[in-house]
Ligand binder design. Structure first.
Ligand code: PEP
Ligand code: MG
Length: 561
């Protein structure tokens, strides 16, 4: 929503402030329907050759700067752009009169069909080939190449939305902030941005109309963007930052309420690099290791040895602190090439998470074997949990498999309402549960977490979600087994109070969010948290729930947002 001239509001999903020039991430172009037919095939062919060479050179230049993981992918793209077979195919279409961008598209699609028929490695190159097509078509249309450009100066990135693999390539030194026009508060752009400690705002409708290069100031805590800020506006932002830092300066100890009720503060991690960074922070361990983030753009399944090495590295980083590892949560919003069961009408309601693991037991068993080996090597406090568990039977099936390998503790994620409603029965089979509030909300509200337009239904203050969480916690209490939260709701310092009041025993979040949550908890007693939870649940709307809690909160909370 655009407000006063020069100011935009979106949803703040990763706190922090930044000022810098805007870099726009262009969308993939489509060949125009009214493109003129080709009359001079030789001239058009020469133009295509020039453009493909430029695309190849661009990819090669990026490969030279990329890490070991991205390098071969970019180099393969450059090779495809220079493939003489491709250009011959394009010549054929030009000769029969196709418009220039249509000729490129048609020839690339023929190549893709050929690659797909070969299967295996070649079939997996199809995405890269289409990326070359999009870059070439954009150049032919005089538009910027699509996708995240390499950032040579520190900038604020603006995109319609970003794919998880794209976000994962960003670093805080050159990417000062992320703004997306689409996306939701629990989209993976939001999660990865917080993970990387990059201030981020989603649902900033209209941001793509701001010209590239314009200086913008962003506050990822409150979701505010100021276009071409004045000195006074930058000073205001700096003051907000100072107040926030002052509020956070109090303490690094274990999480607990003002009257000493412990609430463990844990980190969400996705890679060994995240683990190293998080381990250096005052966190009590890891509450969610999203293992699929290790393999987002892998074409083939990692070997047991390779996985063991990574898990060992992560476990070692945390010494005797707990590490909750989630087995691969592939499918829907986190597609993995090597764990794909084919197209589905509704992937979020399909065979994802543990459901996929139950079909591809080879993938699950290899991962459990690697986790068991890393546990044996380190004797760390490892706890393994499954994503997307809906029934007792699933919980039991998973627990048996994990325990059979000698792994000491097994749990499940509660992210399907059925599991929350019947948490008692589910917990009978396992040692602990963790509320995946991102998915729990999506399924409670029947609102796709990837659809930014549904952001209102995806507000974690939604009283219906709080009711479902309360039900799950009642089951935990009855079974005497701990339930934590590892969805984005756990990193909101105000909502964290409500969750504590509902009976949650641990909160796991991007490490950068821990200090605000620690400060908020330390300023309120458990009794206040319980009263806040009751007030929030008694509300009718998400906004009323938050307002009711804010009215009961200590003044310091205003500085934490
Ligand atoms: C969740 O659903 O809340 C969760 C923590 O898992 P993910 O966001 O990775 O689906
Ligand atoms: Mg989930």
């Amino acid at each position: 929503m655009s407000d006063a001239p020069g100011t935009f509001h979106g949803i703040g999903v990763s706190a922090g402030t930044a000022v810098g020039p805007l870099v726009l991430v262009a969308a993939a172009p489509t060949p125009p329907a009214d493109e003129p037919a080709t009359t001079d095939a030789a001239a058009a062919g020469a133009q295509v050759r020039e453009v493909l060479e430029a695309v190849a050179a661009g990819l090669q230049a990026r490969a030279a700067m990329a890490d070991a993981h991205a390098k071969p992918i970019l180099e393969a793209g450059a090779m495809m752009a220079r493939d003489p077979g491709l250009v011959t195919g394009i010549d054929g279409h030009l000769a029969s009169g196709a418009g220039i961008t249509h000729a490129v598209s048609a020839a690339v699609e023929e190549y893709c069909a050929l690659f797909e028929s070969m299967g295996g490695y070649m079939a997996e190159r199809v995405t890269d080939l289409r990326d070359v097509r999009d870059r070439a078509v954009a150049r032919l249309l005089g538009q910027p190449e699509p996708g995240v450009p390499s950032l040579t100066v520190p900038s604020v990135l603006a995109a319609h939305d970003l794919a998880p693999a794209e976000t994962a390539t960003l670093t805080a030194d050159t990417c000062l902030g992320i703004i997306t026009a689409a996306g939701g508060p629990t989209s993976h752009t939001a999660i990865l941005a917080a993970q990387l400690g990059i201030p981020a705002i989603v649902q900033a409708v209209g941001i793509l109309d701001v010209p590239a290069g314009t200086v913008v100031a962003i506050d990822g805590g409150v979701g505010e963007i100021t276009i071409s800020p004045t000195e006074a506006e930058v000073a205001l932002l700096t003051e907000r930052k100072r107040r926030r830092e002052a509020a956070l300066a109090g303490g690094t100890g274990k999480g607990c309420t003002k009257d000493g009720a412990p609430i463990a503060l844990l980190a969400n991690i996705g890679t060994a690099e995240d683990a190293r960074k998080a381990a250096a922070q005052p966190v009590e361990g890891v509450g969610l290791f999203r293992t699929e983030f290790l393999f987002l753009d892998r074409d083939t399944m990692p070997t047991v040895a390779e996985q063991t090495a990574t898990y060992t590295e992560v476990f070692e980083a945390f010494g005797d602190r707990r590490i909750v590892v989630r087995t691969l949560d592939a499918g829907a919003d986190k597609p993995l090439k090597f764990a794909d069961l084919g197209p589905e009408e509704n992937p979020a309601l399909g065979r994802r998470g543990l459901r996929l693991g139950m079909v591809r037991t080879d993938i699950l068993d290899a991962q459990l074997e690697a986790l068991a080996a890393a546990y044996q090597a380190t004797k760390a406090d490892v706890r393994v949990m499954a994503p997307m568990v809906a029934t007792q039977a699933e919980a039991m099936w998973f627990a048996q498999r994990v325990r059979a390998l000698g792994l000491p503790k097994v749990g499940v994620m509660i992210e399907v309402p059925a599991a929350a409603i019947r948490s008692r029965g589910i917990l009978y089979h396992v040692d602990f549960a963790s509320l995946g509030t991102n998915d729990l909300q999506q399924y409670t509200m029947a609102a796709d977490r990837m659809q930014g337009e549904l952001a209102e239904l995806l507000n974690p203050w939604e009283p219906a979600l709080l009711d479902v969480i309360a039900l799950a916690c009642e089951g935990g209490q009855a079974m005497g087994k701990p339930i934590g939260v590892c969805g984005e709701a756990g990193g909101d310092p105000v909502l964290a109070l409500v969750l504590a009041g509902l009976g949650v025993k641990s909160l796991s979040m991007a490490p950068g969010k821990v200090p605000a949550v620690r400060t908020a908890l330390a300023a309120h007693t458990m009794e206040t948290c319980q009263q806040m939870a009751a007030a929030a649940r008694a509300s009718i709307t998400a906004a009323e729930a938050k307002a009711a809690v804010m009215a009961m909160a200590a003044p310091v909370l205003a500085d934490l947002l």
